[in-house]
Design a protein around this ligand. Sequence first.
Ligand SMILES: [Zn+2]
Length: 117
Amino acid sequence: MSRAAKQQLNDGPKIRKEKIIASKMIRIYCKRKHHAQELCEECRNLNEYVRTRLSRCKFGDEKTACAKCPIHCYTPVYRQKIKSVMRFSGPWMLLYHPLESLKHIPIPEKIKKSISR
Ligand SMILES: [Zn+2]
């Protein structure tokens, strides 16, 4: 077994919370875009990928928002996918989880202003 495989996986409160948020966003996306009851295969795959990246994030609970992170640990394909999910689900997250959204999701300034007013 390589050393990387033995590396301990993150399980701090922040990482756990981000996993939950990511899963929620992927679920919203899949439900409305793919009309799937449960996650479709593609979204299940993306969900797994995101959770794995978070588990292995080298910053652990010290991490900043992924969008601001200097290390792009996602492959371009997954990066593109998660971006689409965030763009799509962002507005819905504002309805369901406004505070979390403000911290984690790149929300257009226009919308941000209208909320903070
Ligand atoms: Zn889907």
